[in-house]
Design a protein around this ligand. Sequence first.
Ligand code: 5GP
Length: 180
Amino acid sequence: MSTIKVKDKVFEPYLTAAEIDKAIHRLGASLCEDYQDKRPLFIAILNGSFMFAADLFKNLPIEAEISFIKLASYKGTKSTGQVVTAIGLDIDIHNRHVVIIEDIVDTGKTLNAFLPQLRHQHPASLELVALLNKPEATEYTIPIKYLGFSIPDKFVVGYGLDYDGLGRNLADIYRLKEEQ
Ligand code: 5GP
């Protein structure tokens, strides 16, 4: 694989579709084991996780539901900090086993604001599956029970992740090339 250009930046190959597929098989197997007979509700966070969510869900041959939401994020007051509103969360999660599907956890800011809102609705359990995590970028520690890859703090595109709206359709994941 060679470098590619997305909009005005050059990206180099990082994770191949085959490596992603392997990680998804592993995650699917763990989730099946843990959620068999629990009829889990997966909540995928759009837009970035759409491809990951689709592939992961195909690897879950158990009774399970999936729903898609968008998070609108804005800066609240000093006391409220980051405010996040969920758009499209129309399923009652009370007493349900909920698993959030996220593409990448970077600083953790978004989920740090969103997860307490879900906990407030008293799900039976609440866990997170993320394809990528950047431990070096962590500002808010979010426990990720099911993780695909731990990656360095470099901007990535592809497999659902975008750079300014572009690059989501790449089957592999690329990372920003240094010194441009
Ligand atoms: P956090 O709130 O954890 O800082 O940010 C999470 C969101 O930021 C992700 O869901 C994703 O949309 C975006 N994000 C963080 N790092 C990257 C990255 O390297 N590439 C892309 N395309 N999006 C990222």
